[in-house]
Design a protein around this ligand. Structure first.
Ligand SMILES: Cc1ncc(COP(=O)(O)O)c(C=O)c1O
Length: 430
């Protein structure tokens, strides 16, 4: 009976997708967006029908499939990429790993705020170095000068899906005994020397917000090859508890009332024993169910992003007043966006250009916070940070760069419209 009703429901959901959602018109060329079919919706409905809703069979399946795609031992899902970053940095500040308030973490000055915020939230000091002008990634040649006696880690993003210089950064970490966290939120499917990004750091993070390579609506993950890191990340995600039971399960450890921890009475229920400073950053089974269907599409999404990047690069290459993001072998990007920088003396401002594109139905985005030290919250909170060297390229990114979409929904017609719009802009501006 159960199976029969589920089959009927699946059929209806499919019909709804085909007859309603798939026919919704798109009016603009998005910078990013989710691409899905009935399978994501069927999975979400199956999760609802299971009645579990918290971490359940879909979450378990997603974590397994994602780990196997990446080639990592552990994947821990969470409710956003920002939460994944908070968990990764908080894990370094846990009693097991042992970073302390005032310890320094080197990061890039141009990027997304929630790569940096967890350092501050944990009492660490972000030490900013500049990005490279052509890749917008942390400039690996500047890191050595930023290392002090208090440096404990490097936390860098593979900006817009373009891997940073893993080889050099890994060797610096080894030489100076530093942890590495890779922010792969924009870079699922990117590789370096053939290996997926996220397999190089002590910890790595992903976002599954709709703009990203796959989506759960909202969602994220921390991945790691370390059993200890996995345990710490899960604990901090789940209120900081010592217990590791799945939701709704009791006594996984087999001695729930036999622990003797902290200054608690002997045998205090392990379920309510907290050994780390925690949050609740868990994801639901609905999110995981959607993500699981998206993972099936990931290989085709990666191909489409690469193809769209190449098509835009070839279409726009005649405009020599513009520069486009480049990758440095053996990096193999899985582009998040098509980054365009205005060359000096181009004769127009970025705002003139993005305004024109937006008016013509082409959505544009900036390189996130630009030089983050110039954001108002840095002043509003009197944030304690350090800068090593100049941040000229971060300022350049803040003033002169932007990106347009390469997500799998971009079509050949879109690329033609983008090219024509650029041509018109260049003609009008002369
Ligand atoms: C590099 C980077 N890190 C972290 C995040 C945060 O992810 P989320 O929006 O899922 O919190 C983003 C968001 O786009 C990002 O681009």
């Amino acid at each position: 009976m159960d199976d029969k009703i589920r089959a009927e429901i699946r059929g209806l959901v499919s019909k709804y997708y085909r007859e309603v959602l798939s026919k919704k018109p798109r009016h603009r060329i998005p910078a990013s967006g989710k691409v899905f079919d009935e399978n994501e919706m069927i999975n979400a409905v199956e999760a609802a029908l299971d009645g579990v809703w918290t971490h359940g069979r879909f979450a378990v399946a997603f974590e397994r499939k994602m780990s196997s795609f990446l080639g990592v031992d552990h994947c821990v899902i969470t409710n956003s990429g920002s939460s994944a970053n908070l968990l990764a940095v908080s894990a370094l500040f846990s009693p097991e790993i042992g970073l302390n308030r005032g310890d320094e973490i080197i990061t890039a000055a141009a990027g997304f705020p929630t790569t940096i915020n967890p350092i501050i939230q944990n009492g660490g000091v972000p030490v900013f170095v500049d990005v490279k002008k052509n890749t917008y990634n942390i400039d690996e040649s500047l890191i050595e000068d930023a290392i002090s006696e208090r440096t404990r880690a490097i936390f860098a993003a593979h900006t817009l899906g373009n891997p940073f210089n893993v080889e050099k950064i890994k060797s610096l970490c080894k030489e100076h005994g530093l942890f590495l966290i890779e922010d792969c939120c924009d870079a699922l499917g990117a590789r370096y020397g053939g290996r997926c990004v996220s397999t190089f750091g002590d910890l790595a993070t992903f976002s599954f917000y709709p703009a990203h390579q796959i989506t759960m609506g909202e969602g994220g993950a921390v991945v790691t090859g370390s059993d200890v890191m996995k345990k710490v990340v899960e604990s901090i995600r789940d209120w900081g508890r010592d217990c590791w039971c799945m939701p709704g399960v009791d006594n996984t450890c087999g001695k729930r009332f036999e622990w003797n921890l902290g200054d608690l009475p002997e045998g205090y229920d392990h379920k309510y024993t907290y050994s780390r400073l925690g949050y609740n950053l868990k994801a639901t089974d609905f999110q995981a169910a959607i993500g699981l269907a998206q993972l099936d599409k990931l290989p085709s999404f990666i191909d489409a992003r690469k193809k769209n990047f190449a098509a835009l690069k070839s279409a726009l290459s005649e405009f020599d007043c513009l520069s486009f993001a480049e990758s440095e072998p053996p990096a193999e990007p899985c582009w998040f966006g098509f980054v365009i920088g205005l060359n000096d003396g181009c004769g127009f401002t970025r705002e003139q250009m993005t305004g024109f594109l937006e008016k013509n139905g082409i959505m544009t985005r900036l390189i996130f916070a630009g030089n983050i030290t110039r954001q108002p919250y840095f002043r509003n909170y009197k944030i304690n940070y350090k800068v090593s060297g100049s941040l000229d390229n971060s300022d350049y990114a803040m003033r002169n760069a932007f990106w347009i979409g390469v997500y799998p929904g971009i079509t050949e017609n879109d690329v033609s419209h983008i090219y024509e719009t650029f041509r018109k802009f260049m003609g009008d501006i002369k």
